[in-house]
Design a protein around this ligand. Structure first.
Ligand code: FDA
Length: 304
């Protein structure tokens, strides 16, 4: 109920004026690695020192005009050069609506292809994040088209969608790199599991498919049960830690992040930066409404 409300508010501009102001600052600085690219690169450097790789996300989505989409694409080109110059271990994640998918699909694809081609030249990798279910088919169609020409691109599958097992089988068949997550949007029961227990069950099933048949999957979760199930499946089937990676969000469960590295597993941290943090932060609140205490100046009851 609260999750649904917070996700609804994540898309409302009036709510953005109320919740997106100075009150939210402490939470933003915990979950967002600054406004500027140079700040974000410094955070990535620190993560690398701690034994973690990263993926940089320039915050922004649902871009409404071609100019803004072009500017976001330029920022991703700048990210790729900054990674190259600084020598950090890092790739980039982006959203298709940020590239202009809603303005004009061809424009969105052009912007995306420019970034992937640049990443290819620099030996880097681009992950296309998955947005709400209205975009699933378009995202997968665009991914499959581009993957026929570029191998340095990957996609994301959400365990809460009923369709995901079929999508994963198709992606495994072509050797695509998949990030598996639970899913962060407000979805109707016609397309997604309403119960968390069903999503969790599906996550484990999809994780097993990816580990056994996929190409270097990213298992993106902070859920200790999902992580234990992944480790168990890998151990049981002799899948070494170099064949997959765990992924987590910047600032969330830092204790668990350190533990995974200590245990000898690969871990990539998703590092968002930029001014457009409002919808990102609201999705993080929806995942754990206790974070609201932080916004209200309370104590974050999360293990650090
Ligand atoms: P769950 O929500 O069950 O949380 C398990 C535990 O993790 C909680 O008990 C708590 O301890 C901790 N936790 C989780 N979220 C927290 C929060 N916000 N604050 C504090 N603690 C928290 N989604 C999507 O739809 N498209 C995408 O492209 C991506 N990409 C992506 C990349 C990466 C690297 C990650 C880790 C996640 C995503 N997601 C995503 C988000 C994902 O779908 C999901 O909403 C969150 O990861 C939360 O789900 P968990 O698997 O962590 O489990």
């Amino acid at each position: 109920m609260l999750r649904g409300t917070l996700l609804y508010l994540s898309e409302q501009s009036l709510a953005k004026r109320v919740f997106g102001g100075p009150l939210a600052k402490p939470l933003v600085s915990r979950f967002v690695a600054g406004v500027r690219l140079s700040e974000a690169i410094e955070h990535v450097r620190r993560l690398n020192v701690a034994g973690m790789t990263a993926t940089l996300d320039y915050l922004g989505e649902s871009v409404r005009n071609a100019g803004a989409a072009g500017a976001a694409a330029m920022q991703y080109i700048a990210i790729l050069h900054a990674i190259e110059r600084s020598g950090v271990q890092c790739n980039a994640s982006l959203k298709l609506t940020q590239m202009g998918l809603d303005v004009d699909r061809a424009l969105g694809v052009r912007n995306l292809e420019r970034i992937i081609a640049q990443a290819d030249q620099l030996g880097n990798f681009i992950r296309i994040d998955m947005e709400g279910s209205a975009y699933t088919q378009a995202t997968l169609d665009i991914f499959h088209d581009l993957f026929a020409r570029y191998k340095n691109v990957g996609v994301v599958i959400q365990a809460y969608l009923y369709r995901s097992e079929n999508d994963i089988r198709a992606l495994n068949a072509i050797g695509a790199r998949v990030r598996l997550c639970k899913g962060a949007y407000n979805e109707p029961a016609s397309v997604a599991f309403a119960e968390k227990a069903d999503t969790d069950k599906n996550f484990i099933k999809l994780m097993q498919l990816l580990l056994s048949e996929g190409n270097y999957p990213g298992i993106a979760t902070h859920d200790e049960h999902m992580i234990a199930a992944t480790r168990e499946h890998a151990a049981k089937h002799g899948i070494p830690p170099e064949r997959f990676e765990f992924q987590m969000l910047y600032g969330i469960r830092r204790d668990l992040q350190a533990q995974i590295v200590r245990d000898g597993y690969r871990l990539r941290i998703y590092v968002p930066y930029g001014e457009e943090w409002y919808p990102y932060m609201m999705r993080r609140l929806a995942e754990r409404p206790a974070n609201l205490l932080f916004v209200l100046g309370g104590v974050l009851r999360e293990r650090r």
